[in-house]
Ligand binder design. Structure first.
Ligand code: SP5
Ligand code: ZN
Length: 356
């Protein structure tokens, strides 16, 4: 299988994130992508491809240009304001309750604050998402990794893997969050829909609900979003991801959430997977874009599922057995000792190569 990788992700060099106001060692660190790359290299069954520059247009096809400009300038603006901090995290957020009783148009028409401390909240979801000097360049490169993976698949590969870092599925139209800045998977799905004219399915198997992807395609009939994730009643992103969220307008019925309990086993996971694969099979289209997370692993430090390495091979195998072409893009997964093995297992499953 071809795997798209670039060392440009290293520029998103974070050390700390904040959680409940406390600085803690960051989960989404560069070592993650390097460990996966090393395991794919060691496997011998993958050939590496560098991404090509796809420019900004595919990004603003799903994101507010204001988000792009904010991420591009945040670090330099903070320095100019003499915000002398090692990483940027918001202090104040425009929660929906700030605007309670006011017309929704009123909130929508508020201007983005000029001060970085306010802009961070305006363009962000949560405090666990540090921005550093190299974040923008790395996030742009992750988008190019995703779009180059799309090029490989539309160019004839049955499946290809993009080692995106930073990840993307929490990033919404005008909001970064959850270790994500640009929504790599949504940008890929949009590019496929535009270039093929076909319907596209997004299968999100990260432990967390992909709130950004759901939001971007909420009213779209041409992109089906299906996700298996921790119930938002107990887990981030908390405010989206419930089973009753089915889409609206043209997108009515084209969103499928299967929230899951803590302790979810391999068998429970595969049962949920069969449900979403059935829903995908009911819809036309020849490409699935996969949001691939390994934070479903039993030992993940921020997850609470109980999956083991062999199930990833079976998940990859069942997804490939749909017969659809696969654009497989990396999202989360934070238990570093098993990341490489889990990636190799999933991707070997997706090309029906047995586990060594
Ligand atoms: C792409 C992805 O997987 N994003 C995940 C974002 C999760 N954000 C919340 C992180 C909170 C980490 N707190 C750890 C404390 C556990 N006791
Ligand atoms: Zn996740």
């Amino acid at each position: 299988m071809k795997a798209v990788y670039t060392a440009a992700h290293l520029a998103h060099d974070v050390t700390y994130e904040t959680y409940l106001g406390q600085p803690l060692p960051a989960n989404e660190i560069s070592e993650r992508a390097e460990l996966i790359r090393q395991s794919l290299q060691g496997d011998g069954g993958f050939s590496f491809v560098a991404p090509t520059d796809h420019g900004e247009a595919p990004i603003t096809a799903v994101h507010d240009p204001g988000l792009v400009r904010f991420l591009e300038s945040a670090w330099a603006d903070a320095r100019r304001e003499q915000l002398d901090v090692p990483y940027l995290v918001a202090d104040t957020y425009p929660t929906i309750k700030l605007y309670e009783g006011m017309s929704p148009d009123f909130a929508a028409a508020q201007p983005a604050p000029e001060a970085v401390a306010g802009a961070l909240g305006w363009w962000g979801l949560d405090t666990s998402n540090p921005i550093v000097e190299g974040t923008y360049g790395a996030a742009r490169a992750a988008v190019d990794v995703a779009l180059t993976t799309v090029d490989l698949v539309l160019g004839g590969e049955q499946a290809a893997y993009g080692l995106c870092r930073p990840p993307g599925h929490h990033a919404a139209r005008s909001m970064a969050g959850g270790y994500c800045f640009f929504n790599n998977v949504a940008i890929a799905a949009e590019a496929i829909a535009r270039s093929t004219g076909e319907r596209v399915a997004v299968l999100d198997v990260d432990y967390h609900h992909g709130n950004g992807t759901q939001q971007i395609f909420w009213r779209r009939g041409d992109v089906f979003y299906a996700s298996i994730h921790a119930d938002p009643m107990r887990q981030y992103p908390f405010f989206l991801g419930h089973g009753h969220e089915r889409g609206e307008g043209d997108g009515q019925g084209e969103n499928l959430n299967l929230p899951q309990p803590a302790g979810l086993t391999n068998d429970g996971y595969l049962a949920a997977l069969d449900r979403v694969l059935e829903a995908i099979a009911e819809r036309p289209g020849s490409v699935i874009v996969v949001s691939l997370g390994f934070d479903t692993y039993g030992r993940d430090p921020i997850g609470d599922f109980a999956l083991t390495t062999p199930v990833y091979h079976e998940v990859g195998r069942r997804v490939a057995a749909t017969g659809r072409r696969l654009v497989i893009l990396q999202e989360g997964g934070y238990y570093r000792p098993a990341l490489g093995d889990n990636a190799v297992a999933w991707l070997r499953g997706a090309e029906s190569r047995p586990l060594a």
